[in-house]
Design a protein around this ligand. Structure first.
Ligand code: PLP
Length: 286
């Protein structure tokens, strides 16, 4: 596929970064993942705003406008002839002659982007969708700034791998008895018809899908609440979902081997699935 690196479009195999890049040495960088439906960027402004927040948080100045980012993304869509895809954007603080923790005084960031195909989500949920996934809970061993979409994801990888080795699909992270999010998605639960998600803080990522799901629910008159979710309460939830740009809304039907609801995707999930797909279908038509 064709990727983008520092102003150039080139075959991904030829996209090479120096070993002295601070992304490689320190994990000193941030990223973003943007879904593409019908060749159109979905919630692009929100993704770029979050990217700008991440860059500001790590104090990495970048002269790049929303239009610049859109031009790069559209070129990737065109060159790779993909209609349903995810675009990955990454910025690191760049490469310098020595390995040195201090920030360089005049940073020359490394800017990278690539695109990969995304399986098209169907208007009707599949059998697997309805079956849901299984999750475990584990202590959140990540750092104190999970609101920054940093490329430093070792803790997330360890926690995800822990789930796989337990025969589950993902891990829901718990800090001080409170459930926050999963390794690469936000957390929702449903109790008595109300959609509940943990409030934004430095312990979780402000998900673009999280925000979209809250908005979509409100549009359809479904009650939502942003409040802290104790781990023990999750086990009593009627429904549990994980949300992200690539997974959309995914039901969790087993948590620590406890069956959630009736063990299949719940009715509120089903409603939200339909609303989500209807909104996407408008993109295809328009
Ligand atoms: N939380 C974490 C830790 C993530 O890595 C992600 C995204 O991959 C999300 C939440 C969901 O964010 P979004 O809905 O913007 O994709």
């Amino acid at each position: 596929s064709i990727a983008y690196l520092n102003g150039q479009f080139l075959p991904i195999e030829e996209a090479k970064v120096p070993a002295l890049d601070r992304g490689f040495l320190f994990g000193d960088g941030v990223y973003e993942v943007v879904p593409v439906y019908a060749g159109k960027l979905f919630r692009f402004k929100q993704h770029i705003e979050r990217l700008e927040n991440s860059l500001r948080s790590i104090r990495l100045p970048l002269e790049q406008t929303l239009q610049n980012w859109a031009d790069i993304c559209h070129q990737l869509i065109k060159s790779n002839r993909l209609d349903n895809a995810t675009i990955y954007l990454q910025i690191t603080r760049g490469a310098y002659p020595e390995r040195n923790h201090d920030f360089p005084s005049n940073p020359t960031p490394t800017i990278f982007a690539m695109i990969s195909p995304l399986p098209e989500i169907q208007p009707q949920p599949s059998k697997e969708d309805l079956q849901g996934i299984s999750a475990i809970t584990a202590e959140d061993i990540r750092w104190q700034r999970c609101d920054i979409k940093a490329i430093t994801l070792l803790a997330n990888c360890l926690l995800k791998q822990q789930a796989l080795e337990c025969g589950a699909n993902d891990t829901i992270l718990v800090r001080n008895g409170v459930a926050l999010e999963a390794t690469s998605s936000n957390l929702f639960m449903v109790r008595d018809g109300v959609i509940i998600t943990p409030p934004l803080s430095e312990h979780l990522l402000s998900g673009v899908t999280r925000d979209f799901v809250l908005w979509l629910a409100e549009q359809h008159g479904i009650l939502t609440e942003q409040r802290s979710v104790p781990e023990h309460e999750l086990l009593q939830a009627d429904e549990i979902w994980l949300t992200s740009s690539t997974k959309e809304i995914r039901p969790v039907t087993r948590l620590n081997d406890v069956i959630i609801g009736d063990g299949t995707a719940g009715p509120v999930w089903r409603q939200m699935y339909d609303h989500y797909q209807q909104l996407k279908a408008q993109l295809y038509r328009g």
